[in-house]
Ligand binder design. Structure first.
Ligand code: SAH
Length: 350
């Protein structure tokens, strides 16, 4: 949904100023999927808007529900790019995992989205719409979204302005009204984004996908390390911590025989240091086309124990929805195929 365009249209048509607020609130608060249900608007205006700027910018292409309650939506932008969004069940709370880009240019070697390359950045409206689409489905199950994580496809800090706009909209007490601390941005370590986030008045959560404690190993897993080595990354994190006082959530994917030895645990523990500045979430690897495999449970436990001994908080994140390809890193392998199909359809229509 493109609220800026809706507002401009309404102003051009000489509608009173409160109209665009009504549309915005109907969409973000009452979760209206289109103008038809917006009975506060005169019927003629609803019809005029539907013709000029349909409310939905994303078309639902597929909805899957996993045995553990995870829901994955595959949607398509108007120009045919795939977008995926997931809702997970976390102890009664629902977490929405949203995409910031269609595809991703960072090419992390363990990630399926990385394999497809970058399609394009998503607009703030396309990002918020993923949340609203999930919220509507959850409403039918009497559930609400309690947390948002920008951990779907894409690197949020390569699309900084749209992502921040989207977060402001999700947070807006007049709109979706989600607490800023319930919105997390996850980055592969794009330093300029961390620096900018440190200046934002909105107290969003920051998560850092670290996955390795040395440049040598990390470069192998995450090519972005060559641009922003760990030392620069840690300097930006410490600065963020000083400015905001907020904790940084470090994600560490445990790959069997790759980054999961006692030595790496100790190097990581010393890198982060004791104290509350960092909390490590150990993540299970979800199978993609890559050659890696997940570390065994005993390794995970030993790794976490070493971190705790060094005074670093650590927990283990169970994976959700891997049976429907909805888990971390599994988004959008099929998306590339979907885009080719959608483009054929769009061309056929033209
Ligand atoms: N680009 C951002 C956000 C998207 S990825 C980032 O890198 O943080 C969201 C998380 O899923 C990241 O921590 C990423 O490293 C992780 N991930 C990617 N592939 C994965 C896989 N196959 N198994 C488990 N987690 C994976």
């Amino acid at each position: 949904m493109d609220f800026a365009r809706v507002s401009t249209l309404l102003a051009d048509w000489g509608e009173p100023a409160y109209r665009s607020r009504q549309v915005y609130q109907a969409a973000t608060r009452s979760l209206a999927a289109d103008y038809d249900g917006m009975t506060v608007l005169p019927l003629s205006l609803r019809q005029r808007l539907s013709e000029a700027e349909p409310l939905a910018e994303l078309e639902l292409a597929d909805l899957r529900e996993s045995g553990d309650g995870t829901i994955k939506l595959r949607m398509l932008t108007r120009d045919g790019f795939p977008v995926e969004a997931v809702a997970m069940r976390h102890r009664g709370r629902r977490t929405a995992c949203l995409s910031s880009q269609s595809g991703c240019p960072l090419a992390c070697t363990f990630c399926a989205t990385g394999e497809m390359g970058l399609g394009r950045n998503l607009s703030s409206g396309e990002i918020v719409e993923q949340l609203l689409a999930l919220a509507r489905i959850l409403r039918d199950q009497d559930a609400t979204v309690g947390n948002v994580v920008m951990m779907g496809m894409g690197e949020p800090f390569l699309n900084y302005d749209a992502v921040l706009d989207a977060c402001r909209m999700m947070h807006d007490p007049d709109g979706f009204n989600l607490g800023a601390r319930h919105i997390a941005i996850s980055t592969a370590g794009w330093v300029p984004g961390i620096e900018r986030l440190a200046e934002e008045p909105l107290p969003l959560r920051l998560a850092l996908s670290l996955h390795a404690p040395t440049d040598e190993l990390r470069s192998e897993l995450m090519p972005v390390t060559r641009r922003y080595p760990i030392e620069r990354l840690m300097a930006a994190c410490r600065d963020y911590r000083e400015r905001t006082g907020r904790r940084i959530f470090v994600e560490y994917l445990l790959l069997d025989g790759m980054n999961d030895s006692d030595r790496e645990a100790r190097t990581l523990g010393r890198l982060l240091g004791p104290g509350p500045a960092f909390h490590v979430n150990l993540i299970a690897y979800n199978p993609t086309a890559s050659e890696y495999s997940a570390s065994p449970q005993t390794r995970v436990a030993a790794f976490a124990e070493i971190l705790r001994e060094l005074g670093v908080g650590a927990s283990y994140r169970r994976s959700h929805g891997s049976d429907i390809g909805a888990a971390c890193g599994q988004l959008a392998v099929e998306g590339a195929k979907a885009r080719r199909r959608a483009l054929r359809r769009i061309r056929a229509r033209a």
